[in-house]
Design a protein around this ligand. Structure first.
Ligand SMILES: Nc1ncnc2c1ncn2[C@@H]1O[C@H](COP(=O)(O)OP(=O)(O)OP(=O)(O)O)[C@@H](O)[C@H]1O
Ligand SMILES: [Mg+2]
Length: 256
């Protein structure tokens, strides 16, 4: 299987008030094409930092991050920004939506900004609308950002992350601010996208979300402490219950 992401010896150190904080310590990690991996661990263990460093949103202090066969830690800022825009999708809890643009304009922004995109504005808008329709939010296309609910905005984020057909989507607590049923709906959309072939790396505190992933990594004090393979989720309730039980037992062993 092709590796989408291949990380070797990743370290990240922050220096605050002359004090060193070694947040990530020698992390090795691979994500294969089409995989759905979640990252769990205590607050402050380095999950978000890991996601930022492997997705080129931040620079590792040392180590190698290969994305689709190329070492992105060696790229300059401009090239790195192009890789992020053209080949990766991002979903974060703070949604970074532009307040002066409509929901649709926010959704299509990655394609509007991409030099790779040769479509007309109309075609891009049509694709944006199609994605919004698929997520069940086409009725708010023209709304302002503040005229949409949290769950609708989170779906809009998924649409936006898909606009440039990414190889991988990075998500940091994509359902963190949502209630149970909206969280399930939003995450099921991500699962569907993953089934169609896009790899997903997702940080979550929610065992019900992680139980739907094929693999779960547990981070403690900046190292990958343990990993469990759950295999592809078939979408049934009974299988989900079994997976949740397995995952919860495993999480307890990790001290969760
Ligand atoms: N930009 C930064 N500058 C300095 N220290 C930082 C920075 N970002 C994160 N840290 C520190 O790195 C450590 C890990 O933070 P990180 O945000 O990766 O944790 P996390 O596992 O995502 O936690 P949570 O579950 O609360 O989101 C923390 O001690 C944090 O204070
Ligand atoms: Mg975090």
């Amino acid at each position: 299987m092709e590796k989408v992401l291949d990380v070797k010896g990743l370290c990240k150190t922050y220096v605050v008030n002359k004090r060193q904080n070694n947040v990530l310590k020698n992390i090795d990690l691979t994500i294969n094409e089409g995989e759905m991996v979640s990252v769990m661990g205590p607050s402050g263990s380095g999950k978000s930092t890991l996601l930022y460093c492997v997705s080129g949103m931040d620079r590792p202090t040392s180590g190698e991050v290969s994305f689709d066969g190329k070492d992105i830690s060696k790229l300059n800022d401009k090239k790195l920004a192009e890789v992020r825009l053209d080949e990766m999708g991002f979903i974060f809890q703070q949604m970074y939506m532009m307040k002066n643009l409509s929901v649709l304009d926010n959704v299509i922004l990655p394609s509007v900004r991409s030099k790779k995109n040769k479509e007309s504005r109309k075609e891009t808008e049509r694709r944006g609308r199609d994605l919004m329709k698929r997520m069940g939010i086409d009725d708010i296309a023209e709304n302002d950002i503040n005229e949409a609910s949290g769950g609708q905005l989170q779906r809009a984020c998924i649409c936006r992350s898909l606009m440039n057909h990414p190889k991988v989507i990075f998500a940091d607590e994509p359902t963190g601010a949502l209630n149970r049923s909206t969280s399930d709906e939003v995450f099921n959309e991500l699962l569907e996208i993953n089934r169609e072939g896009t790899a997903v790396m997702c940080v979550t505190h929610d065992a019900k979300v992680a139980a739907k992933c094929s693999r779960v990594l547990y981070i403690m004090d900046g190292s990958i402490h343990a990993e469990i393979k759950l295999g592809k989720y078939d979408g049934t309730e009974s299988e989900l219950r079994t997976r949740e039980r397995t995952l919860n037992n495993w999480l307890m062993e990790q001290g969760w």
